[in-house]
Ligand binder design. Structure first.
Ligand SMILES: Nc1ncnc2c1ncn2[C@@H]1O[C@H](COP(=O)(O)OP(=O)(O)OP(=O)(O)O)[C@@H](O)[C@H]1O
Ligand SMILES: [Mg+2]
Length: 256
């Protein structure tokens, strides 16, 4: 059966607005559907806070528990480890009225657990097939590419601020995507907190690294205020400059 899903990931240099863009894209998407899986793939697990969602257990925590049980030899050979991990991961899924959220967290276990990792990959793949949209907030930088967390992404959005390092990271992400043969259908650059009048400069810089600039998000005092007060970004006023900019991006990539 063909999959109905569309997977969108947000990556980029640290602090360039990945989590903010993910939250605002989610705000745009929940206008149309509640068939959304949000994945916080950043080990720092910031997204739940920004969305006002409580996460008690991450995938990393339950994976560690399984590794620990394997290491201690306390799992009966009669029990399917894969089935067990799958059930535990489903238990970590947070369901809200508007979307479901999975927090990957961090896995501390030592040693090679390729088996566990490959099961994890497969379970995530299966899980995301149950949703029309999967929205992933990635870890800063490039590491996620070597772990192939992005392998099934349809639309990759790379955030950058107005810095050479932001653009350099964007270029490396695009390059690595090709090097590790990740089959992404479309990749776009998103400029965040770009000072007025710099759009042209950024557009040219994007072209030089072979990326299409799909939109620019202005610095928005509402984002700062909501973050500082710990209020969910989903509740930001509809006429907030950042949200209006993200609505345009959502429309351009066909999220409606
Ligand atoms: N358009 C914006 N207007 C105002 N503040 C913003 C904007 N975008 C991001 N910020 C602020 O900048 C900081 C970093 O943003 P954010 O957390 O979204 O970046 P990130 O790329 O997810 O960071 P990390 O790499 O640490 O995960 C946050 O405090 C956020 O509130
Ligand atoms: Mg973040």
């Amino acid at each position: 059966m063909p999959s109905k899903r569309r997977v969108i990931s947000v990556s980029g240099k640290g602090g360039t607005g990945k989590t903010t863009l993910t939250a605002l894209l989610l705000k745009a998407l929940i206008k149309h559907t509640d068939d959304i899986l949000v994945v916080d793939a950043d080990p720092a697990t910031n997204l739940p806070d920004v969305l006002g969602v409580k996460v008690l257990k991450t995938v990393g925590m339950v994976t560690d528990e399984l590794k620990d049980r394997i290491a201690r030899g306390v799992i009966s050979p009669m029990v399917s480890k894969e089935g067990m991990l799958e059930a535990w991961i489903f238990e970590t899924l947070v369901e809200t009225n508007c979307f479901d959220l999975l927090a990957m967290g961090r896995s501390e276990g030592e040693g090679c657990y390729c088996y566990v990792n490959s099961v994890l990959t497969r379970i995530l793949d299966t899980l995301s097939r149950n949703y029309t949209y999967t929205l992933m907030d990635m870890e800063a930088g490039l590491e996620h590419l070597s772990r192939r967390t992005d392998r099934d992404v349809d639309t990759m959005l790379i955030t950058t601020d107005a810095s050479k390092m932001g653009l350099e990271t964007a270029r490396r992400i695009k390059e690595l995507t090709q090097e590790v043969h990740i089959n992404v259908k479309e990749i776009y650059l998103v400029g965040n907190q770009i000072p007025e009048g710099m759009e042209g400069v950024l557009k040219e810089a994007a072209e030089r690294i072979g990326l299409e600039l799909i939109g620019i998000i202005p610095t928005d005092p509402n984002v700062a205020t909501y973050n500082m007060l710990g209020k969910p970004l989903l509740e930001i006023p509809e006429d907030s400059p950042s949200y209006r900019a993200v609505l345009k991006i959502a429309e351009k990539i066909g999220l409606r």
